[in-house]
Write a protein that binds this ligand. Structure first.
Ligand code: KG4
Ligand code: ZN
Length: 374
């Protein structure tokens, strides 16, 4: 079966063609063509995604990308079309939906609406190119979905079954990265920028020291100074909702705390920016890690999936792996390939396939749903 997958929920236009063999139990996916057109440069001027600009860009890009994937694969049509129907920016979502539905008519093939967040969950099974098989997944699984628009902890007892057990009450994690980056006069998207600065700050603190020394120093700091050392330097930021019993998050207060910190400091030199970036990233990583691992323990999970734009964050990956080991928590940890952390159409193709084979005869009346939930 050949699938055309389309993603236009935010600021990336994605179209890919996948070939799937093996039915429901043991499918193998082969990427025949995968095109992505990022609008990051355009939105960077506005410090964030501009919805009507995003819509205009999708309208321009969709036909170009379609022609590319058809040429690359030498195909005239496919067997089924998968398109993101939400959540996301509705004007942007509609461009993909209308385009997909017209193609569905032209080729007389079904069009399947796909939940973008389900796409992020399944992105961990994809590869950047070539073939991939879906491994056997042990349930229950927990997914930490962290992107520019979402921060959610989602439990699954089986395939295609989702229950949100916690989510952000205000800003999403990625949104906080983007807003803090703007305060530090860094370009959009802020996540990679903050992450680079934070890494530099960590490196600076460790310059000239051997790795054993670095670890031994960290141990004495952790044991004997803890929060004190950061507080002494006036850089300590809060860890919002770290100790609340539920699995919800809040990042808006943290962003405000950064704003006050910047006001207090007055002038932002490069070293100060690096220190703030590091402390901010440490805070987000600590809250995400602690709450996720607590949920993992409480629910006795067998698989942990971490996906969405923020899952590209190196520090988050490192700390999660480290804490799971330290606490001897026994479950499989899955991250997407780096290219599949941010929005892409491959993940929509994978998620769409599982929805389609569950009920191949079903036909959908598709509409854009900006606030669609899992
Ligand atoms: O999943 P995604 O591409 O789009 C949405 O569906 O929102 O996520 C984009 C978000 C942006 O907020 C971006 O700053 C953040 O992911 N991001 C990161 C990193 N790379 C991207 N955040 C932290 N660290 C990163 N390395
Ligand atoms: Zn996304």
């Amino acid at each position: 079966m050949k699938i055309l997958a389309i993603e236009t929920s935010c600021d990336e236009t994605g179209i890919s063609i996948l070939e799937v063999k093996g039915g429901k139990k043991n499918p193998t996916f082969k990427i025949l063509a995968d095109e992505l057109s990022s609008q990051v440069k355009i939105h960077a001027q506005y410090g964030g995604v501009h919805p009507s600009m995003a819509k205009r860009e999708h309208i321009k890009n969709l036909p170009i990308l379609l022609e590319k994937v058809l040429k690359e694969t030498k195909l005239k049509k496919v067997d089924v079309i998968m398109v993101t129907s939400g959540p996301g920016l509705e004007p942007a979502l509609w461009t993909g939906i209308v385009f997909a539905e017209q193609l569905g008519k032209e080729w007389s093939v079904p069009v399947i609406p796909v939940n973008h967040m389900e796409g992020h969950v399944l992105s961990v099974f994809g590869k950047e190119k070539g073939k991939f098989k879906i491994p056997k997944v042990s349930f229950p699984s927990l997914s930490l979905l962290i992107s520019g628009g979402h921060t959610e902890l989602v439990m699954s007892k089986s395939w295609r079954e989702y229950k949100i057990i916690g989510e952000t009450l205000d800003d999403a994690a990625g949104e906080a990265f983007d807003k803090v980056a703007r305060m530090l006069e860094l370009p959009y998207p802020g996540g990679p920028q903050i992450s680079n600065l934070a890494e530099k700050a960590r490196g600076l603190g460790e310059r000239g020291l051997g790795s054993a020394t670095v670890r031994a120093r960290a141990k004495i700091q952790q044991n004997f100074m803890g929060a004190e050392s950061e507080q002494a330097s006036g850089m300590k930021l809060p860890r919002p909702m770290l100790y609340t019993k539920n699995f919800d998050f809040s990042f808006s207060g943290l962003k405000t705390a950064v704003l006050y910190l910047i006001k207090k400091i007055g002038k932002l030199d490069d070293k100060t920016k690096m220190a703030i970036a590091k402390e901010f990233e440490d805070s987000v990583v600590e809250v995400l890690t602690e709450k996720t691992l607590r949920a993992a323990k409480d629910y006795g999970i067998k698989t942990l999936i971490v996906a969405g734009g923020v899952s590209a964050n190196t520090e988050l990956r490192k700390i999660l792996e480290q804490k799971i080991k330290e606490r001897k928590q026994k479950f499989k940890l899955l991250f997407p390939a780096k290219k599949l952390t941010t929005d892409n159409s491959l993940m929509i193709g994978i998620a769409g396939y599982f929805k389609f084979i569950e009920n191949p005869k079903k036909r959908y009346k598709i509409k854009a749903e900006g606030g669609l939930r899992l």
